[in-house]
Design a protein around this ligand. Sequence first.
Ligand code: UN1
Length: 496
Amino acid sequence: MKQYKNFIDGKSIDSSSGRTFENRNPADWDEVVGVFPKSNIDDLNKAIDAAKKAYPKWRSVPWPKRSEIMRRAAEIMIERKEEAARLMTREMGKVIKETRGDYQEGIDTALYAGAEGRKYYGYTLPSELPNKTCQTRRDPLGVWGLITPWNFPVAIPTWKIFPCLTSGNTAIIKPATDTPASVGELAIVLQEAGLPNGVLNVVYGGGSEIGEGLLNSPDIVGVSFTGSSDIGKRIGEVCGKTLKRCSLELGGKNGQVVLRDADLELALEGAIWGAFGTTGQRCTATSRLIIEAPVYDKFIEMLKARVEKLKLGNGLNEDADVGPLVNEAQRESIHSYVEIGLKQGARLLTGGAIYDEGECKKGWFYKPTVFADVTPDMRIAQEEIFGPVLSVIKAKDFDDALRILNGTVYGLSSSIYTNDLNKAHKAIEMTETGIVYINAPTIGAECHLPFGGMKETGNGHREGGWTAYEIFTEIKTIYIDYSGALQKAQIDTWNQ
Ligand code: UN1
């Protein structure tokens, strides 16, 4: 068990609150993974001061030099991958194969940042006037607040930290209280890679104190948040009042469509991975399976048999398929959705109960659950459950399947299984989601491509790839007049 302190101005600092919180292993609640400061507003203000102080110098470091530090961080991360994945499984619960993947996504994001500084580009355009040229460049904004969730304890923080810092901003990160250790270790990696003091600061604590403190600070220029739509709306509201830039990655109710001509074995493997990978705790998780009528009965029979083969267990065991839920409250929430599903008349095909056998008796395990005969208006077909619960809906035909797929307030990811080229292309055109997969599950986004959603999944920004750098930079437009005379745009035109 490790005692963590806030990481401010390159130093480990005790919280002035004197309060702490524990981080326990969700697969074995007797194990305390770490003890963390429950910080207060004074701690946050120290971090903001450090980030403000570091900003002018950091923003004047050339982009390629900033990038170089990110590449060094990637090299250190490669060395620490196994150790970091094991820590992540202990604090978050997901199986070791997946925490290795989570950390790999962080490494890839760091490698991308390691090159991006050399690709810092703007546009050069002609002017309407002679002897004049126009350009754009991108500049950092200042001090950012980064608020990250527990389901991807490293990958999602890296999606924010690397583009934010490479762009020349400084930041305070508030990691989720369920998975603070992974971010604490990442901050050390960046320091070892040569990141100057104060450029990245970690403040542990709850959303009501530290999250709100970041939102309300006049020194914070932007907030990047991944989490629930309810909290996202509140963040958007506060940022709107002070015109802070704000990027929101929120909920999902992702659907996988299986059309009558699909390869059913392939669609089955996709559904299992999409719905029960990460114990269903991904914002991209498949939580609705929309099956065209002619293959419905056959597919749900295959599904039930396959789900019942999944092995629950402590994520450190290489043979476990599904780990626990992250905490007790999540397990209660999942179970309450199962009760809602039953009350509204869905047919429980499998699961629907706590699992506490053998090594799982001291963890927050829940049986992978499938409801069949779900109708699109049921709450389990509309609300984000964030756990191992899959709602299966029958569609009359292709058009009906698309209608059901788009019939939610969310719009993150969707998947269509078909071998009909025309239908695949029509689905790509018509789906109201930021990410569409053809013959692949709703999960598995790659770090060099835009990631984000439509409707209540976000506010139009995209993390990942080059688009993440758009969040963290401001565009500056430059006009250079080399005529030696006053030229009046829109008045002195070339033909006058
Ligand atoms: C999330 O669920 O919050 O696409 C992120 C995926 C992962 C990232 C998920 N690469 O499933």
